[in-house]
Write a protein that binds this ligand. Structure first.
Ligand code: SF4
Length: 333
């Protein structure tokens, strides 16, 4: 069951006395947010607006959009990090899953024993379990390292585009254990570290080796990159979601590609979908600077669409350099 830090919401409302508040949360939490909104409504005399657009990550805040609606504070729920506030109005509210890892940890021992030194990571909803898991594995004579926090991340926490806590310890471990049921994040750890990675799913109590999938996805990403080499007209997509607008990166990629004689169009989008991109018929290939996962394991696109790491490798190839291990870095944005 998911626990949301309602006390923090109540105390922020008591402190700031807003007239209008907004809630912003990932799809999986929307039903809970509806219940929470009516509970808060019962406690305070204020107006509540729930943002029901898809919300994919901590990059997906609505700090600017709430200005149009006269909202005083917006509670962004479920992407817990080590800071409390983003922008002028967004307050981050923890949502934690109370599922236990005992059974899946027991089931993982035989596999993890083959690697002896294990890096341990997880996502925000299970972050409170990481020390319990570490201590369990250590009692089984495994050497366990949890990567130290970097920026606004917590110790051992990974995002879908930031694997610093895993990447920085990759040379000290032989494999990674990811706590959670998210192939998306486990795959990112495997790609960014280049190490065997096992997903410890507490719901099905299953241990899955993610490494073969990582090899497949990496090969697919490289193939897309080579397909894009023939493109003359390249669209560079600027993400319009609040944490996905990376203008400096866009300019740098544009400058590099123009040096190689490519015709560049700049395109701005909130949601990057194949359906939107098929409208742009003169473009041969796209580079999207918004969210790397759209290119790596998002929906199928008719034309090549490269993420930032793929675009950087693409430029290296145009420069006559060799491209290898394109995803092995701490961040992909
Ligand atoms: S950019 Fe993508 S992977 Fe990174 S936090 Fe946002 S949604 Fe997640």
């Amino acid at each position: 069951m998911i626990w949301i830090d309602e006390d923090k919401i109540v105390s922020e409302i008591e402190k700031m006395k807003p007239k209008i508040v907004a809630f912003n949360a990932p799809n999986g939490l929307l039903m809970k947010i509806e219940e929470l909104a009516s509970k808060i409504q019962g406690l305070f005399n204020l107006q509540i607006i729930t943002f029901a657009d898809p919300c994919y990550g901590i990059c997906d805040t609505v700090d600017n959009e709430v200005e149009k609606l006269g909202v005083d504070i917006v509670f962004h729920i479920g992407h817990n990090v080590a800071i409390d506030k983003i922008g002028k109005k967004t307050i981050l509210i923890d949502a934690l899953d109370d599922i236990k890892f005992d059974e899946v940890l027991k089931a993982s021992i035989t596999t993890l024993m083959n690697y002896k030194k294990i890096g341990l990571c997880t996502i925000s909803q299970h972050i409170h379990q990481i020390e319990i898991a570490r201590s369990f594995l250590q009692k089984k004579n495994l050497e366990v390292i949890v990567g130290k926090r970097k920026g606004f991340m917590k110790d051992g926490q990974v995002l879908g585009c930031d694997f610093s806590t895993a990447f920085n310890i990759r040379k000290s471990v032989n494999a990674f254990a990811f706590l959670g049921q998210s192939v998306f994040h486990a795959l990112g750890i495997a790609l960014s570290t280049g190490k065997p990675t096992f997903m410890l799913d507490p719901y099905y109590r299953e241990v899955s080796d993610i490494t073969p999938l990582a090899v497949k996805m990496s090969n697919k990403a490289i193939l897309t990159l080579y397909k894009a080499l023939d493109a003359n007209n390249i669209g560079i997509i600027i993400g319009l979601k609040e944490g996905q607008t990376r203008l400096e990166k866009v300019q740098k990629i544009k400058d590099e590609l123009e040096k190689h004689g490519k015709n560049i169009s700049l395109i701005a989008l909130h949601e990057i979908t194949n359906e939107r991109l098929t409208q742009l018929q003169n473009i041969d290939a796209f580079i999207q600077t918004a969210c790397p996962r759209i290119s790596i394991d998002g929906e199928k696109f008719d034309k090549p669409i490269l993420s930032i790491p793929q675009a950087e490798a693409f430029i290296e190839i145009l420069d006559g350099k060799e491209c290898k291990n394109i995803f092995q870095s701490n961040r992909w944005v």
